[in-house]
Write a protein that binds this ligand. Sequence first.
Ligand code: UGA
Length: 453
Amino acid sequence: MRLAIVGCGYLGAVHAAAMASLGHEVVGIDVDRAKVESLSQGRAPFHEPGFPELLAQVQGDGRLRFTTELAAAREAELSFVCVGTPQAPDSQAADLSFVDAALGGLLDLLVDPADRTVVVGKSTVPVGTAAVWAERFAALPGAVDLVWNPEFLREGFAVQDTLSPDRIVYGLPPGESGRRAASALDEVYADLLAAGVPKIETDLATAELVKVAANAFLATKISFINAMAEVCEAAGGDIYELAQAIGLDPRIGRRFLRPGVGFGGGCLPKDIRAFAARARELGAGEAVEFLGAVDRTNLRARRRMADLVTRAVAGKAEAGLEGYRVAVLGAAFKPDSDDMRDSPALAVARELARRGAEVVVYDPAAGPMVRQLAPELQVAQSLSQAATGAGALVVLTEWDEFVQLDPDAVAGLVARRLVVDGRGALDPGRWTAAGWDFHRLGAPSPLAAKAVD
Ligand code: UGA
């Protein structure tokens, strides 16, 4: 099929390449000329495992091109809208200006009575957005149907999640328009559906809500375990043993119960805020009041992490950190990504610098972004450069390079064997056996525990 993808960020660029790999003829459209040039030359504008290879493969096959011209969507049988919905600068609500511009642009374009096309929203939007646009498209002289087909891909697994998703959700307008759109989408996703990916057909509002409810649930799970970590600390318990024990109940499950510095990125934080803001507009604010607590618990984890480092390094949480060199390992909001949006790692690194520490950051992919965003931080080219002379190693993004790090090998570089694991990613036994003073939130330091024994 001929597909247009409007918006070529993490979601759109990967969707475009993935759809081309399924055999469709795809044009990716973005207003950012530099991004279009980079993608056209086969260069991924962001770090995403497997994406450069997929891009090269489909461009070699001649099935994928990129342009800044929205008019290219006129040729498409389906146009996917994959633009961002960041948090508005002056409120907790979503900024819909990119969605409005993309859908408004398509609305102005598809004015010929002969136009037969499906507009597919993939962006995460406040419930009610799709219905408004569906009406506007329905009023066009041709047959232009609007559906909502939310995306659930995770950064770092974007290719895999696009080509083997857990589920495909169609939010359809009622009647003939919905039936036409569903059969067009069935054709787009034919290979995935044939492979057994579950499909759920529902109305527009439910499809919009499925997306934000999923992200709200994931955020709640993370904040729940971080809240338990706070209680463990107050009571002398161990959050890691607690998480393991409750996670063995299949109704609870082990995933997304990893305590630490909390969630960040371009999705979970802004989505829970926008969800709560929209629910308030709808008069259902009380139902999702808990999301405010989820958000606060999450942000508190950043401060608690900075306090833990300060206590470990300087003896007490209120101390200044002047004269201490701290190596921060990881800056991206999660491993296998260079995305710095609302990154807990960057927030903690900056807070340590604000408290007076000389902070040297090493991230396998996000170093150049750190330089741009936080000039007060030093950026190392390698882990060993960051560790050299450091009074503490602080792991804030669990890149495999850090998880696999040999504590004996790095011991010779640092000024002091002190490690703070902000992601519960290191093996405390291994590090303490190598003579390191080991700290993490919600669990007594193994050395302290030994002293008590
Ligand atoms: C999230 C959702 O997982 C996707 O399903 C969704 O499609 C996407 O948002 C989106 O709305 O576009 P993503 O932001 O890529 O995906 O990252 P996650 O894997 O969800 O991680 C989010 C944050 O939670 C990261 O900072 C991660 O380090 C943190 N996290 C995750 C924890 O602190 N503990 C955990 O146990 C798991």
